[in-house]
Design a protein around this ligand. Sequence first.
Ligand code: NAD
Length: 342
Amino acid sequence: MGGGRQWTAPRGTPAAVGACGRVDCALMATCLVTGGAGFLGSHLCDELLSRGNRVICVDNLATGSLANIEHIRTDSFVHLSLDIIEPYFVDQQVDFVYHLASPASPIDYLRLPLHTLKVGSYGTHHTLGLAKQHRARFLTASTSEVYGDPQVHPQPESYWGHVNPIGPRGVYDEAKRYAEALTMAYHRQQGVDTAIVRIFNTYGPRMRPHDGRAIPTFLRQALENRPITVFGDGSQTRSFCYVEDLIRGIILLAESGFHQPVNIGNPDEFTLLELAGIVIELTGAKSEIVFEALPTDDPQVRQPDISLAGELLSWSPAIDLREGLKRTLAALTAPDTERLDR
Ligand code: NAD
């Protein structure tokens, strides 16, 4: 195999546990996490490490930050600064591959349209190849954006979606739809043990305050007592999942033997105007609400149907919006931790 970048474990690195079955026994497995220095990826690394796994974080910091992983101090963790758009290899046993690398916020994928398409296509292809080589269980992070501006509400996994492929958001939505197709092809043709999680809007500590998503934007504006900017008339709805709930669902899915897509998100639905009101109330801000033009192809409604996750994984979210926002605020305002000005 020529051309790719290969990482070899330094001498003395304990071998990944091969004695336990990779799906039956998640303890002490080696997990490779692409995008592990991002918002969700870093929380996933934390949780996998806390469960006793070894973690290889592959991240070129395109939209992530070393600040998200600098608190991790254990020999069970390594960060490889690799761009997965190029072929890459890891010269040690890998049991689970969690593929999260991709720009995720609209600000990022509108700024990086070709990168977004390449990481969803080449990046997913290379990471699936790595999973195949290691006979690892592979999970790809897909998104509710595969449903586009949905005409079915709430959205079950069986809904094929309503996506504009050539609009500005198409680079993200279609990259993720392609990544799902590629994942199923590797499963059907190559026998790779794959899983697809369709993640709905998730929030929590380590979101970048300027990443353009509603919750960090509203929190930043409220903490600065500045006007809160709501797109359109604010009647569009979203459902927001706290990061801890999401990570629990992702790991449960990875450790299941299921191959079809599964929605993970919080079905409690709020209008953007309601969200702005809750943020003002919880922060005690004096902010007024101002309205700005609706972005192109902004979905009007968004709510996961999570019956499948309930039946299959006995999963449901445990942290409601107010509690999750309080935790996010506490992290944002705590000295020397998840700071706003990062
Ligand atoms: P993020 O931008 O914080 O994290 C993505 C990480 O991928 C970053 O650390 C970035 O540096 C890394 N990355 C990007 N391109 C790369 C490349 N070519 N090579 C190596 N690393 C690369 O985003 P996030 O919110 O943590 O999202 C993580 C995943 O979850 C994404 O795949 C996203 O599409 C999916 N997702 C997130 C949400 C959400 O609400 N946060 C919703 C749906 C889906």
